[in-house]
Design a protein around this ligand. Structure first.
Ligand SMILES: Cc1cc2nc3c(=O)[nH]c(=O)nc-3n(C[C@H](O)[C@H](O)[C@H](O)COP(=O)(O)OP(=O)(O)OC[C@H]3O[C@@H](n4cnc5c(N)ncnc54)[C@H](O)[C@@H]3O)c2cc1C
Ligand code: SF4
Length: 523
């Protein structure tokens, strides 16, 4: 192979995992190549327009997968520099301390991780600094604990959210400010990069003020002369040497042209579904079930959280511009009347009528979509789904992704919805209508039906689990493949269980942790 195609490290995928790792390794001076199947998200007015973004899916992949019955499945995911963080809501949570141990759920066991919260804690702190997280330590009743404050103050609630916060607090709950990765300076609006707009969660940030992996990590990494990137470069196969212990070829497709690269260390970070698919596609005589898959766990234990979007409609309008500031974790581990975990209550970005038309909810009598959007408070509920080996990524005969998923652990989620309904009925703080202001709670599936369906793979994780036992996990505790000496995985696929808070900060923190191990190795 030409010397120009040989690197110290190749990182495949530039999202939360790959982008963060690139940032960590860049100052080492080692030759590092980033391979990204997508391009840069163009900066254009459409970035902040709900029709192209939410109705036309302009920035989503057009790729089709299949479900377990062989039906077409259009995944709502994004292939571009920065990965899905270009579109995320940047709610950057640490997992709870307990999430690292075994937890009994109504639907089964959430297994322990091979590392503890304390092992990951310093890297959470580092990731919060890198991704400009704003928050207030200690407000969240399940806060896992950290000695240092958040790098930036919490993002303030707008009046309607403050009213809701006060109503929740009056009911004896502990509402708190969502830890957010946005570059907002509320004391200095003239110079603040972030303008606190209504098109953040689900949209790319036109002014690069969202703490996404491209802005915070990939761009700074590329400022180092030893780091380079190939975009529109889809890795299609990894090949191992004769012993099967080392990846020697990274084979990619660039617009129909096949190219080969090699590196001393190869890191896969394509997102949990695509990383599993890549390893499965890389099967060979030495690795007949797929690369790094002697345990037969690659692709299995797919998790994506049990998620619902619910719109609470009030008589009074909700003029909130940036809604994603408030959250509740009071029911995360259960409640007085239910001993099992239920999950996390938070918010999505404020809906408009155009966005609602993309997956119209049942319209409340006497309301239009526009009116509903103006009067709704838009909740996001997350509960933990459990790792079932039959919930999995596989390939069909043409190498296309097949995603099989049977929902599990749903009772806690239904109970969480019931809790929220009851809380909303007890709202009293509206000065005009008192508790009669609240008109009802409506399922607003971003697509169709009651819950986020299979195509909603935003929180995908778990398909290449890490663990101490090579028989039951594909990666060791440092996220190196048990079966190979130079292959690592740093996206969301390493999770053995998923907790019920958003996954990105844990992926970023872990990528930093693995980055230190790789740096030690390179030096
Ligand atoms: C609308 C939306 C809102 C979200 N909001 C939040 C939130 O508020 N908080 C939170 O914590 N999480 C949120 N998430 C989830 C979060 O974005 C993901 O958890 C995170 O980005 C996953 O990181 P990753 O590194 O595993 O994968 P990704 O970020 O998806 O990165 C994978 C990268 O690999 C590339 N790739 C894939 N296959 C190949 C290949 N074969 N060759 C080369 N490159 C490849 C992809 O193009 C992509 O750039 C949200 C997601 C979405 C879609
Ligand atoms: S709220 Fe701030 S970070 Fe989010 S899209 Fe608007 S300007 Fe960008």
């Amino acid at each position: 192979m030409e010397a120009s195609r040989q690197y110290d490290v190749i990182i495949i995928g530039t999202g939360a995992g790959g982008g963060t790792l690139a940032y960590k390794l860049a100052p080492s001076g080692k030759r590092i190549l980033l391979l990204e199947r997508g391009d840069y998200v163009p900066r254009e007015k459409d970035n902040w327009d709900s029709r192209p973004v939410n109705v036309e899916g302009k920035y989503q992949t057009k790729e089709m997968w299949r479900d377990k019955d062989g039906k077409d499945l259009h995944p709502h995911t994004n292939y571009n520099v920065g990965g899905n963080t270009k579109f995320y809501g940047s709610a950057l949570f640490r997992l709870r301390k307990e999430d690292f141990g075994e937890i009994k759920h109504a639907g089964g066991i959430s297994p322990a991780w091979p590392i503890t919260y304390e092992d990951l804690e310093p890297y959470y702190t580092e990731a919060e600094s890198l991704y400009h997280v704003h928050g207030l330590r200690g407000e969240d009743p399940t806060d896992p604990g950290c000695r240092s404050p958040y790098p930036y103050p919490a993002v303030s609630h707008e009046p309607r959210m403050q009213q809701l916060n006060d109503d929740f607090a009056r009911q004896g709950l502990k509402p708190f400010h969502v830890p957010l990765g946005i570059m907002l300076d509320e004391n200095n609006s003239r110079t603040s990069k972030c303008i606190r707009c209504n098109t953040c969660d689900g949209y790319p940030c036109l002014v690069n003020a969202k703490s996404d992996a491209q802005v915070c990590c990939v761009d700074p990494a590329l400022a180092h002369p030893n780091v380079s990137i190939l975009t529109n470069a889809q890795v299609v196969r990894l090949e191992a040497n004769g012993s099967g212990r080392e990846v020697t070829k990274v084979i990619l497709d660039r617009g129909g042209v096949v190219e080969e690269y090699s590196a001393n260390v190869v890191v896969v970070s394509c997102g949990a579904i695509n990383s599993a698919a890549l390893l499965l596609r890389s099967a060979s005589d030495r690795h007949p079930r797929g690369l790094a898959n002697s345990s037969d766990t690659v692709g299995r234990h797919y998790m994506g959280h049990v998620n619902s979007v619910l719109m609470a409609i009030s008589k009074c309008p909700n003029p909130t511009v940036f809604q994603k500031t408030l959250a509740l974790n009071d029911f995360y581990f259960g409640s007085k009347d239910w001993d099992f975990p239920m999950g996390h209550i938070s918010f999505v970005g404020k809906f408009d009528g155009v966005t609602l038309s993309a997956g119209a909810p049942p319209i409340a009598p006497g309301w239009t979509l526009d009116l509903m959007a103006k009067h709704s408070i838009d909740f996001w509920l997350t509960s933990e789904d459990l790792p079932d080996p039959d919930n999995r990524v596989a390939l069909d005969r043409d190498g296309k992704i097949v995603l099989s998923y049977k929902p599990n652990n749903e009772e806690g989620h239904q109970r969480l919805i019931a809790k929220l309904k009851s809380l909303m009925q007890q709202q009293t703080r509206c000065p005009e209508h008192g508790h009669e202001c609240h008109q009802g709670l409506f399922a607003r599936n971003l697509f169709v039906g009651q819950r986020i369906p299979l195509a909603g793979v935003a929180h995908q994780n778990g398909t290449i689990r890490f663990g101490n036992d090579p028989k039951t996990s594909a990666l060791d505790a440092n996220c190196k493949a048990h079966d190979l000496d130079n292959l690592y995985v740093v996206d969301g696929s390493f999770f053995p269980s998923s907790g019920a808070v958003n996954p990105a900060l844990t992926i970023m923190a872990n990528a930093l942790r693995v980055g230190y191990r790789i740096l030690e190795r390179l030096q």
